[in-house]
Design a protein around this ligand. Structure first.
Ligand code: SF4
Ligand code: SF4
Length: 77
């Protein structure tokens, strides 16, 4: 399974929750922090579960999420 990580731009996030709903691995959650606009922003609750599928980034209407993928080194298959 590929691994991934996401970077959330807290100032872009409007706390709509779409990314939470679409993440198949239950990685994301609302943080207790609010941004300058007063929105409750999203954070990685279970970062180790992220598979880098990018559903969250594709769903975000505010382009607040960037996804990075990490390939598992596996040689000699
Ligand atoms: S990349 Fe996929 S698994 Fe990772 S947080 Fe986004 S939706 Fe969830
Ligand atoms: S979909 Fe985008 S704007 Fe909505 S909560 Fe997630 S990161 Fe924030």
């Amino acid at each position: 399974m590929p691994r991934g990580t996401v970077v959330i731009d807290g100032e872009r996030c409007k706390g709509c929750g779409l990314c939470l709903a679409f993440c198949p691995e239950d990685v994301l959650a609302y943080s207790t922090e609010t941004n300058r606009s007063g929105y409750n922003v999203v954070c990685m609750k279970q970062p180790e579960r992220c598979i880098g599928c990018a559903f969250c980034a594709q769903t975000c209407p505010d382009i607040a999420i960037e996804v990075y993928r990490e390939k598992k080194p596996r040689e000699g298959r």
